[in-house]
Ligand binder design. Structure first.
Ligand SMILES: NC(=O)c1ccc[n+]([C@@H]2O[C@H](COP(=O)([O-])OP(=O)(O)OC[C@H]3O[C@@H](n4cnc5c(N)ncnc54)[C@H](O)[C@@H]3O)[C@@H](O)[C@H]2O)c1
Length: 331
């Protein structure tokens, strides 16, 4: 990758940095390796799609060894344990059985994926996508670490559903005038399930450089996605529209306007969506839904975004939806 001078778009700061070549398509082509942080439902999907479609080596890091082995332990470990398939093995096997990919392509994708529990293993990747839980302090802490361990040209992307990109970017430095790391922060907001949903929302913070935004858009296209660009506003586009819909469905349930099956059936059969709002909430994760509603409510100060009381209680009970085995439905 060539060296050049990047011009900070928002602040007009000129700084020396190793960076990508000159046009958006070239920047994205210069992405030769990817790091994904968080091997939960989103991180696993993002890692798999990066390996399958963009065909780059992917380092998947999670603080939990258990999350990694559930998601992605391969070959040797599988033969030894020869019991349940990992999430990624299941996804690859399904693609092969439906003739969407060949066995060779599945093997190739698998060979591009490696795992680690250490964030320091991102020290030589070009494009990092963070997908840890939707907890602001956790993301701020992680981006301050990423700024230190990632190469000085690496794009630092977050999959946050609702947290301000400007705030996440600000966490990369203690000096707001030093945009060497914050200008490389952007959001690539993938939709769930990542291997299936084509849409990705790309969001710039105030500090994000044009090169960073362009690289994120083009790299997501390399991953086979269709991109939408949105402003750094609470909920961005997707969740500004989707979450109040889900929250209202839960309010309808708690106030007895309809029962679970009626609510899901009318929306499923009346608007031609694959699942109703309560089932969708279970798939997204009720903790994630609650966090997003809290961000919308707090940051806009608008009472129309008040999270449903029932949603809060379900999270208190640990009924988080599909990932915990119980939500509005049992799994
Ligand atoms: N679930 C959805 O439908 C959806 C959709 C779009 C965006 N998102 C966003 O994606 C992000 C991840 O959501 P998810 O549903 O995949 O969460 P998840 O709970 O399924 O997975 C999070 C993973 O992060 C790991 N983790 C926690 N702390 C860590 C740390 N300090 N270092 C490394 N790994 C750590 C956990 O072990 C877990 O494996 C959130 O920001 C969420 O808002 C979720």
């Amino acid at each position: 990758m060539a060296s050049s001078i990047l011009r900070g778009r928002a602040l007009g700061v000129v700084r020396q940095a190793r960076c990508f070549s000159s046009t958006p398509r070239q920047y994205a082509a210069d992405v030769k390796s990817v790091g994904v942080l968080g091997a939960g439902q989103m991180g696993l999907g993002i890692a798999l799609v990066a390996a399958q479609k963009a065909q780059v080596p992917v380092t998947l890091v999670d603080a939990s060894e258990q999350a990694l082995s559930k998601g992605i332990a391969f070959a040797g470990a599988l033969e030894l344990r020869a019991r349940e398939l990992t999430v990624i093995e299941k996804l690859l096997a399904k693609d092969v059985s439906k003739s969407r990919i060949t066995q060779e392509q599945a093997d190739q994708a698998r060979s591009l994926l490696t795992t680690s529990t250490k964030i320091e293993d991102f020290s030589s990747v070009d494009f990092i996508i963070e997908a840890v839980p939707e907890i602001p302090e956790l993301k701020f802490d992680i981006f301050s670490k990423l700024a230190k361990v990632a190469p000085p040209h690496a794009i630092l992307a977050t999959n946050t559903s609702s947290i301000s990109i400007t705030r996440i970017a600000a966490a990369t430095t203690t000096d707001p005038n030093d945009t060497s790391a914050s200008s490389r922060v952007v959001s690539t907001h993938f939709m769930n399930p990542v291997p299936v949903q084509k849409g990705v929302e790309i969001i710039s913070g105030l500090q994000t450089s044009k090169e960073t935004l362009d690289t994120a858009v083009e790299f997501c296209k390399r991953m086979g996605k269709v991109t939408s660009v949105s402003a750094d506003s609470p909920g961005f586009l997707a969740n500004r529209i989707l979450m109040p819909y889900i929250n209202e469905a839960i309010i309808c349930l708690e106030t007895g306007v309809g029962d679970r099956d009626s609510i899901d059936a009318i929306m499923k059969n009346g608007t031609n969506v694959p699942m109703g709002p309560l089932q969708l909430a279970d798939f997204i994760g009720l903790d994630t839904c609650l966090s997003i509603m809290k961000v919308l409510h707090t940051e806009t100060g608008d009472s129309k975004y008040r999270p449903s009381v029932l949603l809060g209680k379900m999270v208190d009970a640990g009924w988080l939806g599909k990932k915990s085995g119980k939500g509005f439905y049992d799994y």
